[in-house]
Design a protein around this ligand. Structure first.
Ligand SMILES: Cc1cc2nc3c(=O)[nH]c(=O)nc-3n(C[C@H](O)[C@H](O)[C@H](O)COP(=O)(O)O)c2cc1C
Length: 263
């Protein structure tokens, strides 16, 4: 091949590749490439708060995971029952230090969530509440005061057999909104207890729609006005004055806010 042919062939490769790449590009990919995040651009964390790793909650969560992977999303899936996360000791050291004094998976998971673009939180209903595993994560995860979910898009998933799933759902929804996150979907599903649950067509459709909405909300940076207003009031009239009154006892929190450009 002459040098001229080589140059022509090189140009051909560059042009066809550029065409191929630009057809794949959307706003999020461009931003991700420019900021060096790479092509596996969207990172979603899925957390199963059920002690049953093959129960109904996890079946729903895995269906959402499957739908997201089909959209080339990078998904990290966690069963809380398989992680070592001790209960919060209530020492409030994290507010001063910016991290927990307990050296287990609690802070690790919280950091993984902090570095993601979106979160799917799932729990079974236990006595009209979230599961014990989920509650431990909520207490240990630095959610509300530190605003862990600032501008992240989230789905909440609650399953229940009888009564109370809406109460449990409200707990997760409030957690997301009070932590600065946006709720792209909230799923509360009735499920009969089964050893090996199988999803109905209706359930699969709910999962598919929620996955599409999550992907779309991240891609298009959707920030619903009502949720924005709620964030504004919760942060500026609730959390911020409370933390500022505490002064140096909450130095770690203020440092995290600065890192997140919240203040
Ligand atoms: C200790 C315990 C408490 C429960 N409490 C409720 C409840 O208050 N309301 C409800 O609708 N279902 C309740 N259930 C049923 C579960 O929420 C339901 O079967 C759920 O789908 C199980 O999810 P899993 O298969 O992911 O574990 C309870 C189950 C257990 C084991």
């Amino acid at each position: 091949m002459s040098p001229f042919d080589e140059i022509v062939s090189l140009f051909h490769i560059i042009l066809t590749d550029t065409y191929y790449i630009t057809t794949m590009l959307d706003r999020y990919t461009v931003v991700s490439l420019l900021t060096g995040k790479g092509l596996f651009y969207m990172k979603i964390v899925i957390i199963n708060g059920s002690p049953r790793i093959n129960g109904f909650t996890s079946t729903i969560l895995h269906e959402i995971e499957r739908n997201l992977i089909n959209k080339d999303v990078s998904v990290e899936y966690f069963n809380l029952s398989e992680l070592s996360i001790q209960q919060c000791r209530g020492c409030c050291s994290c507010f001063v230090l910016g991290k927990c004094i307990i050296d287990d998976y609690g802070d690790k998971l919280s950091n993984i969530i902090a570095n993601s673009d979106g979160l799917v939180l799932g729990t079974p209903t236990y006595a009209s509440n979230v599961s014990g595993y989920m509650k431990t994560l909520i207490d240990r995860g630095h959610f509300v005061i530190e605003h862990l979910l600032k501008n992240k898009q989230c789905i909440t998933v609650v399953t229940g057999e009888n009564y109370g799933k809406n109460d449990a759902s409200k707990i997760l929804n409030k957690l997301v909104l009070f932590s600065g996150g946006y709720l792209s979907s909230k799923i509360a599903i009735n499920a009969l207890f089964e050893i090996r649950p199988v999803l109905s067509i209706k359930h699969k459709k709910i999962c598919k729609n929620a996955s599409i909405k999550l992907h779309d909300s991240i891609n298009k940076n959707k920030e619903p006005l009502l949720q924005q207003l709620l964030h504004f009031f919760v942060f500026n009239f609730g959390i911020k004055p409370f933390v500022l009154r505490k002064g140096s006892k909450y130095a770690g929190v203020i440092r995290k806010w600065k890192e997140l450009n919240i203040i």
